[in-house]
Design a protein around this ligand. Structure first.
Ligand SMILES: O=C[C@H](O)COP(=O)(O)O
Length: 228
């Protein structure tokens, strides 16, 4: 894994993806921001974006803010993987059922050809060994994001020391590591120093940080050049 921090931009439509053609991120991430932190786009929209992005950049897609139950998550992963996306992202929202759900998901994730990324949330509570549980379950990467899109950013919720420990733990396990959560353009310089594999953006790419509205190409170019 290279030391250069790459970036991920969450898009909600083919049109938004195409608008980024001159400043494509390393990963075009597909989600429906108005449906929650990891709101899912319809499968046909994901397929259209995957087909368009092919050969241009990698893609990822979220499966929705689902309960921590195998019967909800397994079919959603399988359907999203069927779109041909490069990575499927699933949110781990915590709670009593999560550890059992991760255990039950392990064989599903391990036999799937599409890598699955686990997303933890800085504003959710977890068992202390949650990262160990996630790494054992066979995920190809771990991201930290924010569940409540209320303006509080990752850096409002976690200290730089906590983020450093997270990045080092995930990268030492040879797993991809991503940081997201209402990141601001001015956070990029300090977050890059932690050397995560990816920084993820949606709010920072939208005028007035209104993440449910359309992406601004100008803001995307600013993020891209801050990471260059
Ligand atoms: O995966 C990255 C997210 O889409 C970040 O969204 P956000 O910047 O609005 O928190």
């Amino acid at each position: 894994m290279s030391n250069k921090t790459k970036w991920l931009a969450s898009v909600q439509s083919l049109e938004e993806a195409q608008n980024l053609n001159d400043c494509l991120p390393d990963i075009l991430d597909m989600k429906q921001p108005s449906h929650g932190a990891l709101g899912a786009l319809p499968l046909d929209v994901v397929e259209d974006i995957v087909n368009w992005a092919s050969g241009r950049c990698l893609t990822s897609a979220t499966i929705g803010d689902l309960p921590m139950q195998l019967e909800a998550i397994e079919p959603a992963i399988m359907k999203m993987a069927g779109t041909g996306v490069d990575y499927v992202k699933i949110g781990l929202f915590g709670g009593d059922e999560q550890a059992a759900c991760l255990h039950a998901l392990t064989p599903v994730i391990q036999k799937l050809n599409t890598p699955v990324i686990a997303v933890l949330f800085a504003d959710r509570d977890y068992e202390t060994d949650v990262i160990t549980q996630v790494l054992k379950a066979g995920f190809s990467g771990v991201m930290i994001d924010t569940a409540e899109k209320n303006g509080r950013s990752l850096l409002d919720l976690w200290s730089v020391d906590a983020l450093t420990e997270f990045v080092n733990t995930v990268k030492n396990a040879q797993s991809l590591c991503g940081l997201a959560g209402a990141l601001r353009i001015e956070d990029i310089a300090s977050l890059r120093e932690l050397q995560p594999d990816y920084l993820g953006f949606r709010s920072a790419l939208c005028p007035d940080r209104k993440r449910n509205e359309s992406l601004s190409v100008t803001l995307a170019k600013t993020v891209a050049s801050a990471l260059d």
